[in-house]
Structure formats: structure tokens, C-alpha cells
Design a protein around this ligand. Structure first.
Ligand SMILES: *[C@@H]1O[C@H](CO)[C@@H](O)[C@H](O)[C@H]1NC(C)=O
Ligand SMILES: *[C@@H]1O[C@H](CO)[C@@H](O)[C@H](O)[C@H]1NC(C)=O
Ligand SMILES: *[C@@H]1O[C@H](CO)[C@@H](O)[C@H](O)[C@H]1NC(C)=O
Ligand SMILES: *[C@@H]1O[C@H](CO)[C@@H](O)[C@H](O)[C@H]1NC(C)=O
Length: 770
């Protein structure tokens, strides 16, 4: 969760809104134009046109004399984007061959220890040492790349795969000869949509090229497939060998995010190119609002990518811990939430009364003296109503000079609060969580001695501050601690289910490390991402589902390398059915937000377990026909199906019955009606049946089903035993879920496992009453 970045972006949004308020007077004459993505049905091009581009031009010309095509799309979608007035867009919708006209959407960007934590070190022998891993190209759609980082060292890598059709584009501060090599094999940037909406890119602030001036894209791409870098650390913290998940896979970056956000016309153009270039995996650590699949550009682009065998892995979002806060929920996308590592950066706050509280920090400057310093609550050192938040200019220097200041978390960036304390003459900071963040601790490379504490410790320290007549404290830094238990725990910020678009598909799919992750960084921003931070570091430690997504993207590349003929659905299934929901020592994975056990709405199938994913035994495979059946089950119209799948006039077979419950997903979400919802009946039992098909990808064997179900739901599996005589063999089964009505909004969970004694093929069960 890049609060720092989010708050920077927030100010951009505010600026935009100011111009919205000012604009109407000038815009009253000419209606305001915006970018629209026009999806066209390629096969409906009239014969008189020589090329699709001419047809698109003519279609555009028929609604506007002046509009220009920003992008023509040809791989994951067909059509183009252009600036149109709302009336022109409506006229466009009525033209022959137009499948849909979608307004531009703005998206936002949502590891030394990770490989060991994930068991990748111990799996070196388990992961087939296929040379095919180096044929896999991971395409990362993000803020670009800082190619000089050692994570992009290509030592030991063979020639660029012959099938690669991509390019390393020259641009500002980006010279292909020095930037690209056998590791970083592709780099492109996409800004036409951004500039059409936001005006020209300010080249004094960011390079109009694949160069990453932010850090986010360098961090995510090196996490997915960076080479191993010995002696990596951030200011001495998290020291060790940093490596991506798929160290021998290739990286191609597609810069689609700029200072003011990421725009769907650019993202779609990048997906179009990335698939055409020959990427096998696409990693998107960004998200926008929730909409139906036929109106969601990333979902539409991902459908075609999936059809071409490309795995699309996306961040679940950082809008947790509230319910139904997910983005990127299409079933053909792998939706990744975030958990913690077993690594921590403790910084102890010792109070004048002798009490000792543990917080976290990546502060690396001169430590505070061990003798106590005067300590004050920011709320007592301000005249401003929100002064407890340490907002710019709110602290009274005569109150805080020479003191440690306790600031409450919220509104402005965590690190910025430290600048405010320092600028007012404070010598240290304690950053206290409020209920909004609970016990979730995100370590920051503060510029003054500072430690972040959870809500409970924060409240205890505040009560000391408010009752002791002359409070004092000191902060002692504990460096890097590994082996923290329990871990992982679900990050509070990680977006949660249920899935608001299709409640019958459980999302997120799984979780991966996303808290305090070390990876490569840009050379044009400090590790905190704040402009006041003039430090430059090769690595940075940041948090978010933006960080967990590329872990899964890299693991998908490993799987694709080991099993080149597996479909994206098979790869997702292997990752999900081998994920764990319990700690090795017992007990379910915890949720930082509540301190109690998390549920499949928080972690999906569980936490990714790479060595096990390499040998899943059985998989739930799906192909494009299954997804079309899924769209039929959603009762999509022909036009809506065409928008998602690029199939004109696709008609759902009337002789078949389609049900989402028959879609071969590796998890189960069952929505039972409540008594009133079922027409006011009593507590009659409802039974819902799901059908699934397993494919054997291991040796012959017999698998037995076992279910752990909540008392409210009776679960029966038929048959309870499946025997596979050969690899590739498929066997189907049905699960019946029966339950009486429960109060609306209640939910409960279980797990279904198939095991041959060697493999466990597990699926989470989520039940809701609505
Ligand atoms: C505070 O607690 C930590 C561990 O809980 C310990 O390492 C440290 O020495 C303690 N500091 C003081 C001054 O008691
Ligand atoms: C600090 O503020 C609280 C109210 O927020 C007040 O009760 C307390 O007396 C103040 N303490 C000092 C030392 O000013
Ligand atoms: C803050 O409030 C106090 C008491 O009302 C007043 O004396 C002081 O001048 C104020 N300081 C600032 C910087 O506004
Ligand atoms: C689709 O329509 C059928 C028949 O009207 C209905 O039973 C089903 O619930 C609908 N499905 C969805 C996902 O709305």
C-alpha cells in the first residue's frame, strides 16, 4: 500500500477537480470531450475498405470531423480510442460493427526474504530445471523500469527467445543499447490516452519513455523475474540476496502509469502489444472501479490474453479490510491479495514509566540517545483541529522543539508526518495507528528517528501522554528480525470479498507476500517516494497488493516454464489448490485487521506454496468454451458476449442450461437465499449443486474426497473417490450443499480436499445468505 504515492496522486486528483469546477464557463459553448474506447467487430468490416484502420477512420469521421484515433487495437481487442463528445460517443454506439463504446477509466497503482519464505530455495531441486523457463517472458504493465539495477543483469541467460517480437523503444533517458539485454528484453511506453486527458507530460518531472521515475514498476518487475542480487539491502535493512520469483524468465516492461494515474486506453494498448510481442504472463499491479466484465477494459483485454494462453495476474486492491472491496475479479484473471512475511523491523518505544512497546521502522540515521527525551502528543502541540495527524504547518514549534512527538496515522503520508515533526523542531516521532489500520504495521524509511505502533500500543502510549505530568520516551532500533510468528497474516489493506460482480465466484483467488517487500528501485526518487527525501537507494521496501501480484506472476512464469502446454486456468488451479489456509503449527491464517482467523473472503484459497504448486496432482482446467458458458450463465446479451470475447453473434445454446455453479473454478462460493428472499417461506432447506471436473497431471492414483463443513451446511460429494489411470485423464464430480435459511448477510466457510495420500488438492468453500 503506497500511501505515500496515493497521497501524491490524491493531490493530482484535487487539482483536476479544481479545473473541473473552473471549466464549465469556458466549456459551455463546446461540449467537453473525453477519451472513449470503441470496440469494433472486425469481421463486419464492409468490403470497400482495404484495411481495418481505414474502416475505423471512416467510422470516426462519420461522427466527428476533427477527432483523431489515439490507438488502433488489434490483438486483445479490435477497435480504437479517440476523443469524443458524449453525443458523438452515443452516435458511435449506433454505427454498424460497433460492439461497445467505453469511456476512459483512470486506474491507480495499487525481496530478499520472499524466496526463502515461499520455500523457493528448498524447491530448487523440485522445480524442473527446464530451460524453457528462460523462454518465458513476463510483461509488467506499470511505471516503467530503471534498467541499470542489478536485478536486470543478464549473466548466464541465453539468447533472447526466437519467438520474441517485442521491442526496446528509445526515448528520453532511455537508450536501448544500454537499457535492454537478455534479461530486460522489451520496454515500451504508452501515454497517448494519458496526455489526451491530462495534457502533455511534464518532462522535467517524468520521462516520456520506459524509464521509471517512480520506483513502483522497477519494484514489481524485479519481484516477478529479477535476477539474483547478492548483498541487497535498504539502508542496511533486510540484507541478503534479492531475487525475483522466476530468475531465468525474461522481463518486458510496458509503462502505462504516469504521475497522474494510469488510463484504460493506454493499458489496453499495452496489453494489445504485450500479447502480440509474445509475453506468456502479464502482471498488472493496478486497479480501477468495479464494473461488469463487458465494461472493464482490463477484463476485456485479459479475456483475449487468456485465450492466447497468456496468464494475467492482477492485484486485488488495497481497499481492505472492508467487505467487497476487490478489483480485477474476472474469473480469467488471477486476483492476488497480500499477506505478511516472517520478517520484521522492530523499533522499541521505551516510556518514562518503564513500559516498552514494540513498533516498526526502517530509520537508518543516527540513533537517539538511550536517555529519555520529553514526549508530547501532537494533539497537545497544535491549534489545528486535525493537529493530532501532524499535517503540514499544524505543529507549534515552541511545543515540540527537542521532543519526541506522537502523531496519529491518517490523511497525509506516514513519512510526511515525520517531515512535519522535524520541520517544527521535533527530534523523533511515534506514529500511532487508529481503528482504521488496527494492528497493521508498515515499516518506512523515515528521515528522523521514528517508530510505527499498532492501535493498542498507540492508545496505551496516548493514555500515558495524557496522564503523566512530564512524559518522556526514547526509541531504540532493533534492525531486521526474521522468524516472526505467526506468519503470514492477511494484511489489513488487502481488499476483501465477497465478489460484488459475480458472488458465485470466490475472490481473491489467493494471497502472496505484500508487506515490507524489498526489491529494486528507481534512481529518481528516494525510498519513501517523497520529494523531500533526497536519498537514492538501489532497493526499497514497500507494501501493497501491488507487491503480492508480481510474486504470483513470477510463479506463474515458473509453472509455464515447467509445463509449457498448461492453460492459464491450469496454472491458476495449481497455485490455488496447493495454497495453505493453516499454519504448519496449526490454526487458521490470521487477519491483522481483526486479530482472529481470516476467511476465504480474505485469502481465497490461501497463501501460495510454490514447491507444492509445481506438483499439484490434479487441476481444474478451463478453456475458452468454459468461459463462454460462464458468460451465458451470467445471461449476457450477444453484444455483451461479443464485447468480452470478440465473438460476433455468439448465441448461447438454448438446449443447454448454463449455471455459474457448473463453471470449473478451483473454489466454491455458494449464495443461499434467506427465508424472506425465497418468498417469505419458513426455514425450508435449500440445496445447491456444483459440478467440477478434475484433470490428472500426476501419476495414476486414487483420490478420496474429504470435507470440513460448518454445522449450518450439509455437504455431500458424489462420487467420493476418483481413480485416474493415466495422465491427462478427466473425472467429474458433484457437490451438494444443503442449508436452512440464515439471517441475511451471514456467511460461513469450509474446505473440500481430494487426496491420494501424496497430493492434497484443496478448494475453499464460502457460503453466504443474501
Ligand atoms: C524492549 O523490548 C525488547 C524486546 O521485547 C528488548 O529487546 C529491549 O531490550 C527492551 N528495551 C528496554 C529498554 O527494556
Ligand atoms: C492534552 O490534551 C488533552 C485533551 O486532548 C487534555 O486533556 C490534556 O490536559 C492536555 N495535556 C497537556 C499537557 O496539555
Ligand atoms: C495557538 O493558540 C494559543 C492559545 O489560544 C495562542 O496563544 C497562540 O498564539 C496560537 N498560536 C498560533 C501559532 O496560532
Ligand atoms: C439468468 O437467467 C435465469 C433464467 O431467468 C435465472 O434463473 C438466473 O438466475 C440468471 N442468472 C444470473 C447470473 O443472473
Amino acid at each position: 500500500m503506497r500511501v505515500a504515492m496515493e497521497s501524491l496522486r490524491l493531490s493530482v486528483v484535487l487539482l483536476l477537480c479544481c479545473s473541473c469546477v473552473l471549466a464549465p464557463a469556458a466549456a459551455a459553448v463546446a461540449p467537453k470531450k473525453r477519451t472513449y474506447i470503441v470496440h469494433m467487430e472486425k469481421s463486419q468490416m464492409p468490403a470497400e475498405f482495404a484495411a481495418h484502420r481505414n474502416w475505423y477512420d471512416a467510422s470516426l469521421r462519420s461522427v466527428s470531423d476533427v477527432a483523431e484515433i489515439l490507438y488502433a487495437y488489434d490483438t486483445v481487442v479490435h477497435g480504437f480510442s479517440a476523443r469524443l463528445t458524449p453525443a458523438e460517443a452515443r452516435a458511435m454506439e449506433g454505427l454498424p460493427g460497433v460492439l461497445g463504446v467505453l469511456p476512459e477509466t483512470r486506474y491507480e497503482l495499487h525481496t530478499t526474504r520472499t524466496p526463502e519464505f515461499l520455500g523457493l530455495e528448498r524447491s530448487e531441486g523440485l522445480v524442473p530445471q527446464s530451460n524453457t523457463e528462460s523462454d518465458i517472458v513476463v510483461g509488467v504493465l506499470d511505471t516503467g523500469v530503471w534498467p541499470e539495477r542489478k536485478s536486470y543483469n543478464d549473466a548466464g541467460l541465453g539468447p533472447i527467445p526466437a519467438s520474441w517480437k517485442g521491442a526496446c523503444e528509445e526515448g528520453k533517458d532511455f537508450k536501448p543499447a544500454s537499457a535492454c539485454n537478455r534479461k530486460l528484453i522489451g520496454a515500451r511506453s504508452f501515454s497517448k490516452g494519458y496526455e489526451a486527458s491530462m495534457g502533455p507530460i511534464d518532462e522535467s518531472k517524468e520521462s516520456k519513455s520506459p524509464r521509471d521515475n517512480d520506483g513502483h514498476g522497477t519494484h514489481t518487475s524485479s519481484t516477478a523475474a529479477g535476477s539474483a542480487v547478492p548483498d541487497a539491502n535498504l539502508l542496511g535493512y533486510a540484507a541478503g540476496t534479492a531475487r525475483g520469483m522466476a530468475t531465468r524468465a525474461r522481463v518486458a516492461v510496458y509503462k502505462v502509469c504516469w504521475l497522474g494515474g494510469c488510463f484504460s486506453s493506454d493499458i489496453l494498448a499495452a496489453m494489445d502489444k504485450a500479447v502480440e510481442d509474445g509475453c506468456s504472463v502479464l502482471s498488472l499491479s493496478l486497479g480501477g472501479g468495479m464494473s461488469d466484465y463487458y465494461r472493464d477494459s482490463v477484463a476485456i483485454g485479459a479475456f483475449s490474453a487468456m485465450e492466447k494462453g497468456v496468464v494475467v495476474s492482477c492485484s486485488a486492491g488495497n481497499a481492505g479490510p472492508g467487505e467487497s472491496t476487490l478489483s480485477n475479479v474476472a474469473p480469467w484473471i488471477t486476483t492476488v491479495g497480500a499477506g505478511t512475511l516472517d520478517r520484521d523491523f522492530p523499533a522499541y518505544i521505551v516510556l518514562g514509566n518503564g513500559k516498552n512497546y514494540s513498533g516498526v521502522s526502517l530509520y537508518s540515521g543516527k540513533p537517539l540517545s538511550s536517555s529519555s527525551l520529553p514526549f508530547i502528543y501532537a494533539g497537545n502541540a497544535t491549534n489545528a483541529t486535525n493537529g493530532n495527524l501532524c499535517m503540514q504547518g499544524t505543529l507549534l514549534p515552541d511545543k515540540v522543539a527537542g521532543k519526541i512527538v506522537l502523531c496519529d496515522r491518517g490523511i497525509n503520508a506516514r513519512v510526511q508526518k515525520g517531515f512535519v515533526v522535524r520541520d517544527a523542531g521535533g527530534t523523533g516521532m511515534v506514529l500511532a495507528n487508529t481503528a482504521a489500520n488496527g494492528e497493521e504495521l508498515v515499516a518506512d524509511a523515515h528521515l528522523l528517528p521514528a517508530s510505527a505502533v499498532g492501535e493498542k500500543a498507540g492508545d496505551a502510549i496516548k493514555s500515558y501522554l495524557l496522564t503523566d505530568p512530564s512524559p518522556t520516551a526514547t526509541i531504540a532500533f532493533g534492525g531486521t528480525k526474521v522468524g516472526v510468528m505467526p506468519s503470514p497474516v492477511v494484511a489489513a489493506f488487502s481488499s476483501r470479498g465477497p465478489n460484488a460482480i459475480t458472488p458465485d465466484i470466490l475472490k481473491p483467488d489467493l494471497i502472496a507476500p505484500g508487506v515490507n517487500i524489498l526489491a529494486s528501485w528507481t534512481g529518481t526518487a528516494g525510498p519513501t517516494g517523497q520529494s523531500a527525501d533526497s536519498r537514492r537507494t538501489e532497493f526499497s521496501i514497500i507494501s501493497g497488493t501491488s507487491m503480492s501480484c508480481p510474486h504470483v506472476s513470477g510463479l506463474a512464469a515458473l509453472l509455464k516454464g515447467a509445463y509449457p502446454d498448461w492453460s492459464p486456468g491450469a496454472i491458476k488451479s495449481a497455485l490455488m489448490t496447493t495454497a495453505y489456509a493453516n499454519y504448519a503449527a496449526g490454526g487458521g491464517i490470521l487477519d491483522v485487521a481483526t486479530g482472529s482467523a481470516a476467511t476465504p473472503f480474505d485469502f481465497g484459497a490461501g497463501h501460495v506454496d510454490p514447491p507444492k504448486a509445481m506438483d499439484p496432482g490434479l487441476i481444474y482446467d478451463v478453456d475458452v468454451n468454459d468461459y463462454l458458458d460462464f458468460l451465458c450463465a451470467l445471461n449476457y446479451t450477444t453484444l455483451q458476449i461479443a464485447s468480452v470475447s470478440r465473438r460476433p453473434n455468439y448465441v448461447c445454446d438454448r438446449k443447454k442450461t448454463f449455471a455459474v455453479s457448473d463453471f470449473n473454478y478451483p473454489s466454491f462460493a455458494v449464495a443461499f437465499p434467506t427465508a424472506s428472499g425465497a418468498g417469505g417461506g419458513s426455514s425450508a432447506t435449500t440445496t445447491v449443486k456444483h459440478t467440477r471436473t478434475l484433470t490428472n497431471v500426476g501419476s495414476p492414483g486414487t483420490y478420496k474426497a474429504s470435507v470440513s463443513a460448518p454445522s449450518e451446511v450439509k455437504v455431500t460429494v458424489d462420487p467420493t473417490e476418483l481413480s485416474f489411470a493415466a495422465a491427462g485423464e478427466k473425472k467429474s464430480y458433484t457437490v451438494s450443499f444443503s442449508a436452512a435459511s440464515q439471517p441475511s448477510g451471514s456467511s460461513t466457510f469450509g474446505r473440500l480436499e481430494w487426496s491420494d495420500g501424496k497430493h492434497v488438492v484443496a478448494s475453499p468453500l464460502a457460503f453466504t445468505w443474501t
